[in-house]
Design a protein. Structure first.
Lengths: 60, 403
């Protein structure tokens, strides 16, 4: 985990009523209430694999 | 339901801090010996033990941690009595006391011990497995980046937006609580912090600074209870457990409790239902109202918790807790409603499964007028203590004088 790199996270409300945690794929210009879309992005990699997870991509 | 009244007759703590040369059970024994002396009692008089299951089983002190109570009982002297072990994360201490209370209130036992000890892992808590398929905690930490302080930070950011909590308010929580912590001989950080120091400390999870988040500590606490009719044999100042309650979440809670990844918020359901449910049950059991409470011990894992749990405990309107703080009402020594007169988790650091004992010790000492330099200025008749834990669980109790 070192050196530590800051990351952004958010709780996102879906139209179906569900609220879900996730990483936001950028650090800048974030605000409560902004729209995001669901995307898939790289979490980390080791010698064998690249690991992916769901993330939020802000729509400006 | 009719049951017997129950009182606290002895309390004991091991100091909170970092004690690499002592085992979990050794910490507990020191706390128990103090509690037994406090109750002027003999170990053989204990009829029932409820113990906090040691949390750091996976990487420290091995499997016996789950059976903490049995390890502790063995060191104290095996008398063959029942020993229950309970694990409810940060709420464990209060839930253990609840179990001991039920054992005595039911009439099954006359004298019971609630004991907890912990040696926390340093730094941020971590997932205990590498199972990305079934371990929700692993998924939370690794796939979404939600460490515990990150969860607190995001709820805090939401509160600042909705309620107008300011950075100054958050810093003042530490400033105020450290005033009591500086006077507490059991606390790990026995000094006062200034607002500048807090705001200039490292940013951990925006908006929470290092000094606005509690450390993880080692510690141990023991509480001895008896039926009220027998309590006077052991102490001149028995402390009545007017009520004790444990709560879990209601469906539709807008918060996402630790270990979970999602929630389904429903209109009209307030946040932190596990705490609201326990506290509502507690007020009902005791026929008390928030106005009756003289002092509060709450789980100030971060400055956000301080405000969020005051809302739950006192059923406050949004922003009221912050206004009370700004007016000085919540000063832990000379406020109208002293909050965390022990200095709380901010001064102690969290020994996860026994913070409930730390809180009840503080309230007992305040009610007896034995809190020394920490003794609050107002007359204390009724105290409320509350812990909350992982995965949406909570324990709370109301204590008063029984003499």
């Amino acid at each position: 985990m070192e050196p530590f790199e800051p990351y952004a996270i958010g709780m996102v409300d879906f139209p179906e009523g569900l609220r879900i945690y996730g990483i936001i794929n950028r650090m800048e210009n974030l605000r409560i209430g902004m729209e995001v879309e669901t995307t898939v992005d790289k979490l980390y990699e080791d010698e064998e694999n690249e690991y992916i997870t769901w993330m939020w991509k802000p729509i400006d | 339901m009719k049951h017997r009244q129950v009182a606290i007759v002895g309390v004991g703590l091991h100091p909170w801090g970092v004690f690499p040369d002592k085992s979990m059970a050794e910490l507990a024994v020191e706390a128990i010996v103090k509690a037994i002396k406090d109750a002027k009692m003999d170990w053989r008089q204990i009829e029932f033990i409820a113990a906090s299951s040691y949390m750091w089983v996976a990487d420290r002190e091995g499997l016996m941690g789950i059976l903490s109570g049995h390890s502790i009982e063995r060191l104290m002297g095996e008398t063959g009595i029942p020993v229950f072990n309970l694990g409810q994360a940060c709420a464990t201490g209060t839930v253990v006391l609840n179990a001991a209370y039920l054992a005595v209130a039911s009439g099954e036992y006359d004298v019971a011990l609630a004991v907890g000890a912990d040696k926390s892992a340093g730094g941020f808590f971590r997932p205990q497995s590498r199972d990305g398929k079934f371990d929700q905690d692993y998924m939370r930490y690794v796939m979404t980046g939600y460490t515990n302080p990150a969860y607190w930070a995001i709820e805090c950011r939401r509160r600042m937006q909705d309620t107008g909590t300011t950075e100054d308010d958050l810093a003042m929580v530490k400033v105020l609580s450290s005033k009591a912590g500086a006077r507490n001989p059991y606390a790990r950080y026995q000094r006062e912090f200034t607002k500048e120091e807090v705001l200039n400390s490292a940013m951990v999870c925006d908006p929470l600074h290092l000094f606005e988040i509690c450390a993880t500590s080692d510690g141990a606490g023991a509480i001895i209870i008896t039926s009220l009719d027998k309590a006077k044999r052991y102490t001149d100042k028995p402390v009545l457990i007017e009520g004790i309650a444990t709560g879990s979440c209601s469906f539709g809670d807008p918060t996402i409790p630790l270990t979970r990844l999602s929630a389904f918020p429903r209109t009209g359901v307030l946040p932190l239902t596990e705490s609201r449910n326990a506290i509502a049950a507690l007020y009902k059991k005791t026929n008390r109202r928030p106005e009756d409470i003289d002092i509060i011990e709450l789980p100030d894992n971060s400055s956000w918790h301080y405000f969020a749990y005051l809302d739950c405990e006192l059923n406050l309107e949004p922003g009221e807790a912050e206004r009370m703080l700004r007016r000085g009402d919540l000063d832990p020594i000379d406020g109208k409603l002293p909050v965390i007169p022990s200095g709380g988790l901010g001064a102690a650091g969290e020994a996860t499964v026994c913070h409930g004992m730390y809180q009840v010790f503080s309230c007992t000492k305040q009610l007896r007028g034995e809190a020394g330099e920490m003794q609050v200025k107002k007359d204390v008749k009724v105290a409320l203590a509350q812990t909350y834990g992982y995965a949406g669980n909570n324990g709370a109790c109301i204590l008063s004088k029984a003499w």
